[in-house]
Design a protein around this ligand. Sequence first.
Ligand code: BV8
Ligand code: ZN
Length: 259
Amino acid sequence: MDDLDLSADLTPPLRRRLRAARRVVAFTGAGVSQESGLATFRGGREALWQRARPEELATPEAFVRQPRQVWQWYADRHRTAAAAAPNPAHHALVRFAGLFPSFLLVTQNVDGLHQRAGSRDVLELHGTLRAARCHACGRRMEMHEALRRSPDEPPACACGGLFRPAVVWFGEALPAAVLERAMAAAARADLLLAVGTSASVFPAAGLIELAHRGGAAVIEVNPRPTAFSALADLRITAPAGVGLPALEEEVRRCRRAPS
Ligand code: BV8
Ligand code: ZN
């Protein structure tokens, strides 16, 4: 599937909303990095969780119980993310930022590909794989430095604690300021793009409902349905690397048209 023609999918009311939209939020999940070769968490054959269940690896309890295994899983994901390249979906989102007066990219991903594609001011709700932090005192270090020092087990901190990836695990609170900013933007948005997310993890997934309740148009870009598909004003059932450039084409057409 190369070019996708969405012209028949956009109703006149939706076109009017796209033309008038001023405040836009893009909310992304693992699916936006799938075409970069990174495994998603659920669904696909290669899904990360099929090899290991979330509670086994992405929780503080797992880290305390089996620090080496958790560290090695993230070391592996850091290596694959560092070797991956942003795909057309990431690049399209960089261009989207220039189409509206206000645009905010909120991601659940920890792979840093949005930033490497050139997106600025990315809100990382679930932290980042590019940094490590001490599980006891919070001291931070670049992940590549932590892995250089200790590829097979978590490096020890001067405080006696162990370094862990600076991601948010299940049962851990999301960074409060980041979540508040994302929620405030979603509640005021005219348009929310939900791209490549199963919308199955909270409180992040709550952003979609929040935007919808605030009156935003919701566009979902995902080859498969999700729990929030019913809220969507438009569902683009295609890979994000195909669907987003096609949507960008329609948005440019709507916003060039005389108001
Ligand atoms: C919290 C970071 C409370 C690490 C992740 C019991 C105890 C505590 C909490 C809970 C509990 N039970 C439930 C909860 C809430 C829990 C939760 O939501 N659980 C779920 C499973 C029900 N949430 C939490 O624990 C959160 N914290 O509640 O703390 C608290 C409050 C105050 C004080 C203390 C505590 C923390 C949640 C964050 C967990 N961390 N990751 C890491 O990455 O390893 S979650 C993990 O799943 C990823 O971050 C990911 O972002 C997230 C969601 O997954 P998606 O990104 O959506 O990816 P997924 O694979 O699911 O879907 C991919 C989609 O893409 C699919 O729909 C597919 O169709 C589509 N796709 C595929 N290819 C493409 C595509 N789309 C487009 N193009 C393609 N090419
Ligand atoms: Zn420490």
